[in-house]
Design a protein around this ligand. Sequence first.
Ligand SMILES: [Zn+2]
Length: 305
Amino acid sequence: MNSLDDFVQRHDFPCWCGETKGRVFCRQLFGRRPFVVWRCAACGTHRLLPRALAEATGAAELYNNYAIPRPTPQQEHTLENIALARMHRVGFAFRPGQRVLDVGCGDGLLLEAICRAHGCTGRGIDVDERRIRHAREHRPHAQFECGLFDPSQTAGPHDVIIACAVLEHVLDPVGFLRALAAGLAAGGSIYLLVPNAASLNYRILRSWWRELLSIGEHIHLFTPKSLGRCAAAAGLHVAEFDTDHDIGWPTIEFDSPRNALVAVWACWRECVKRICWLAHRRGHGDLLFARLVAPLHAADTTRDL
Ligand SMILES: [Zn+2]
């Protein structure tokens, strides 16, 4: 048996759809963190082997253990505008008094922006203690709790539930979406943002699509189609989706041979990203975001996935 078969056999786990069969999409079997990305034969979701820690203790340890970037106020302002514009693109419009729950809120940047600009009532939950501490100190328009998501926390009802960059960390995405759906008010919507496994950039860079593969953290990567299937399995419907690119020049340092090599590599990757951005077609961006509703409230604007 070759090392690839051996690796897959040792680390494989069923896809959220129950399928175990698939094929290798990309791999890197050398270095400190060997990994294989396995594309599900049934639904097209990518799963990352070995599987990241998803249990409460493991996740709390994992997400409290890396450096947090602290953007400047100007950078925060830009990030807020980008995040709000994405929500508007998939049909979100906020009204004063709406109840917004943000699961995996990070340091609360988006939730604070929504509550401050639109007079909504916001509650944010995140497993990272340091980010929640920062949110409590700097985001006065919303409330923040620290902990791993628990379905009882969705008790609402909520007009909007946000889960940005969360679904790809969850072992049971259908159960997670069901729990979110249970917390929705009539006519409410869920906003999801995940890495896009149908991204053109990913198809070119493969195992070097590192920021969004996030080896050791992500479990499943969705395409627009597989996200639609996952939502349907949870009794939800993708009313609208879009994709976007995550462009930004990396920090470049040439002060040592190692840093110079990293800088050249980062510039090459950034060039690929920008070419993909220029050649953009709907569905090909690096980040996939969507508005999910309960079928009863499905909008007329539903698009085919
Ligand atoms: Zn699957």
